[in-house]
Design a protein around this ligand. Structure first.
Ligand code: KIV
Ligand code: ZN
Length: 513
């Protein structure tokens, strides 16, 4: 009989550690709600001892979620454990994830502790946590480069102290699938008491093997996988949730397992993470890339038209990809609007829908065709409730080989109109300089990227930018058929997020010693 694989989602913790992917409290709550809809078993909501912002997010997510277990990450230090326990206290199904490194490399150079001291530290932390919460996961950081014999010793102690889940991370993405499978088998066969815990795997993608290693772990007996939506995470990222889930789903013939993931929520979750973190999804990304279900070669198109299975191993509907590219316009009614939002994974309250519909009508008046990407932005703004201090009223650009690039921009700032113009090295530079002057901001532009959206909306350009002011970093996002307008929208979006974040200073990370 098929066995269940538990999905431990760490998008909000390990995923958020990807450079520039940090999210504020509102954004984390939105992601957590979507993860619950997606049906993940555990949400690792943050690292409470790392910052006040993380503490607050873990606590708020714990208060709000009904179904999944909410987990906080903790080092073995007493203060960390206590802080994490406090953060997860309101959760219906609280879980604490305690970790310490186990490889000699980490012990010698990072922790400066002996093997015995590490075991003692893990044992004490688990025992302390056990007085307050039953669901404890223990991770051996850098397990894939640790002495397997030593792993059996520390894991046996962790289980004895009360750990319910033992997680084996390939922290630096170093393992090869056959090697990782062998390690998991060895641990299951040689660790005293391991039968009382669930074995979990947590793989990074430095060699592009995170998903393969996770599946190898499952083959060897692991029954929980840790992963992130779109595979976001530190360096090359974490194992991608959608790839693991769809591999299990699609290859039932060889993988006799199941998950509780609502696969139709994969695409909405992926789009949401992309929008909130600003991390673009490569068009050729497995499962959720824009080209994952498009067939370009004539011979493939011919085959798919004759019989879909000739070149398609999954159906787009299975991951919740809307099968039609419906474009709304000013004649579209409230019903069509709600229907499309629902297909994109957004369920709005009546009040939110009223507001969003009003904005949609305003947008449709200006723009002939309203694409899914426009709807996402519009709705995200509505549900995130980001106050719009700055709004773009108009932008005119002069650019070419024989003229000095010039931008003339009108903004509405706190309801008051202001306009100005600037020269620049190019049209984007001129646009940003003008907006910077109008907003009177001292922010620095850290990142600017343009992406073309393929698959029916080729004419749309997506711009993502990241700005920083006084240590506060935020992303902005804009989509438009004109990439200069998209750039202006992205920059203004970032300025609005900056204003919002300034008023929520508790979200700023504090340095972890
Ligand atoms: O990659 C890793 O080792 C981790 C641990 C904290 C589980 O993220
Ligand atoms: Zn990790």
């Amino acid at each position: 009989m098929a066995e269940r694989i538990y999905i431990f989602d760490t998008t909000l913790r390990d995923g958020e550690q990807a450079p520039g992917a940090s999210m504020n409290l509102e954004e984390k709550l939105i992601v957590a709600r979507q993860l619950e809809k997606l049906g993940v078993d555990v949400i690792e909501a943050g690292f409470p001892a790392a910052s006040e912002g993380d503490f607050e997010s873990v606590r708020r997510i714990s208060e709000e979620l009904e179904m999944c277990s909410v987990c906080g990450l903790s080092r073995t230090r007493k203060e960390d454990v206590e802080k994490t326990l406090k953060a997860i206290e309101p959760a219906k199904n609280p879980m604490i994830h305690i970790f310490i490194a186990t490889s000699d490399l980490h012990l010698e150079h990072k922790l400066k502790m002996s093997r015995e001291e590490v075991i003692e530290s893990a044992r004490d932390a688990i025992a302390l946590a056990k007085k307050h919460v039953d669901n404890i996961e223990f991770s051996c950081e850098d397990a894939s480069r640790s002495d397997p014999k030593y792993l059996t010793e520390i894991i046996a102690e962790a289980v004895k102290a009360g750990a319910r889940v033992i997680n084996i991370p390939d922290t630096v993405g170093y393992a090869l699938p056959f090697e990782f499978e062998k390690l998991i088998r060895y641990l299951l066969e040689n660790t005293v008491g391991i039968g009382r815990a669930v074995l979990s795997v947590h793989c990074h993608d430095d060699l592009g093997l995170a998903v393969a290693n996770s599946l190898a772990g499952i083959r060897a007996g692991a029954r929980q996988v840790e992963c992130t939506v779109n595979g976001i995470g530190e360096r090359a990222g974490n194992a991608s949730l959608e790839e693991i889930v769809m591999a299990i789903h699609t290859r039932k013939d060889l993988l006799d397992f199941y998950t509780k993931i609502v696969t139709e929520q994969i695409y909405p979750a992926s789009r949401l993470i992309r929008k909130i973190t600003g991390y673009p999804i490569p068009p050729n990304k497995a499962v959720v890339g824009a080209n994952a279900f498009s067939h370009e070669a004539g011979i493939h198109q011919d085959g798919v038209l004759k019989h879909k299975l000739t070149y398609e191993i999954m159906k787009p509907e299975q991951i919740g990809l809307p099968s039609n590219k419906l474009v709304l316009g000013k004649h579209s009614g409230r019903h069509a609007f709600r229907e499309r939002l629902s297909q994109l994974g957004f369920e709005l309250s009546d009040e939110e829908l009223d507001q969003a519909f009003k904005k949609f009508k305003e947008l449709a008046d200006k723009k002939k065709e309203v694409f899914d990407e426009d709807l996402e932005i519009l709705v995200m703004d509505e549900i995130m409730n980001i106050p719009r201090k700055y709004r773009l009223k108009y932008i005119n650009i002069t650019s070419g080989t024989e003229v000095m690039p010039t931008a003339s921009v009108q903004l509405e700032i706190d309801g008051v109109l202001a306009r100005d113009a600037e020269f620049g090295d190019g049209p984007v530079d001129a646009t940003f300089k003008t907006i910077t002057k109008l907003a009177g901001t001292k922010c620095k532009l850290l990142l600017y990227s343009v992406n073309a959206i393929t698959g029916g909306t080729d004419a749309q350009g997506e711009v993502r930018c990241r700005i920083e002011e006084n240590g506060i970093e935020v992303s902005g996002f804009g989509a438009h058929t004109d990439i200069i307008v998209a750039s202006a929208l992205a920059y203004i979006d970032a300025l609005n997020h900056l204003e919002f974040k300034k008023q929520n200073l508790s979200n700023i990370k504090v340095q972890v010693p």
